[in-house]
Design a protein. Structure first.
Length: 275
């Protein structure tokens, strides 16, 4: 059983919803990333999504785009991100780590080489934003040969047929994008999210996480009442950006914010169990 599957199984047995924070590797400096990852875990993260900086993002809003630019200016590449994961693994061999990014850096490295390097570094899976299921078979096979998952995105505009096709290719968990547009913008329509999650679950037994548009504890609690995982990114990256000139303060500040989300999510989960 993979670390991702094991973690979701543990959470299911506990009646708890996963909290998955996203941060951009190397932002604002490479030295911050590993301490920040440990701070996320200490604050209650169940899995970590680590963004791989890429020069031409299509799904990221302004906040994460600026984070990527800061990281690229520091020379952060896919290989350096893998080194960061390896550094994190020296003290944490339990928390699943998913790389989130775009296909081009993987294609440059090669599917098999990437999968092997990712496994050696301690990565558990990848979420490749611009890889449609029709073209994903080679990477799915390469990752699968190393015991790694390929997490897939479902959009608010996805049809039933499209959801079925995406679900058939996905492993690890499904990431439902709760708002139309890019990260960090838009308001969540909870009824629409609940309806969409019910539709996705008709096609898969995998856990379903919800991301995009989760900005505070209240929204996180609402999402936790219907999802298997709450995924938060731009709200954390915004804190990183505000402290870019004082990077030593970033792990504690981000951890404090995430801890508030953890309390809200656990409160929602306990309420659902009581109900």
């Amino acid at each position: 059983m993979s670390r991702i599957a094991r973690r979701f199984a543990e959470l299911r047995d506990q009646g708890r919803t996963a909290l998955i924070p996203f941060v951009t590797a190397g932002d604002p400096t490479p030295a911050v990333t590993v301490p920040l990852m440990h701070s996320l875990v200490a604050a209650g993260a169940d899995l970590i999504e680590l963004g791989v900086p890429f020069s031409d993002p299509i799904a990221d809003g302004p906040v994460i785009q600026r984070a990527t630019e800061r990281a690229l200016a520091q020379g952060v590449s896919l290989r350096r991100v893998l080194e960061m994961v390896q550094g994190f693994r020296k003290d944490d061999d339990q928390t699943p780590v998913i790389l989130m990014g775009y296909l081009n850096p993987i294609e440059i490295m090669g599917d098999a080489a990437f999968a092997g390097a990712a496994r050696a570094a301690g990565v558990d899976g990848a979420l490749v934003v611009d890889l449609p299921p029709e073209e994903g078979s080679p990477l799915v096979a390469a990752l699968g040969s190393q015991g790694l998952d390929l997490v897939s995105l479902v959009a608010p505009t996805s049809t039933e047929a499209r959801m079925a096709r995406i679900a058939a290719a996905a492993t690890g968990f499904i990431y439902y994008v709760s708002v139309k547009g890019v990260t960090g913008v838009g308001q969540i329509d909870m009824q629409e999210v609940a309806d969409k999650l019910a539709a996705i679950r008709r096609h898969t037994a995998l856990p379903v996480g919800v991301g995009f548009g989760i900005k505070d504890a209240g929204t996180a609690a609402q999402v936790a009442s219907v999802a298997d995982a709450v995924i938060v990114g731009s709200a954390l990256v915004r804190i990183v950006e505000s402290l870019a000139a004082s990077p030593e303060a970033i792990p504690a500040a981000v951890g404090d914010f995430l801890g508030g989300l953890r309390l809200a999510i656990d409160g929602a989960s306990l309420h659902d169990q009581a109900g």
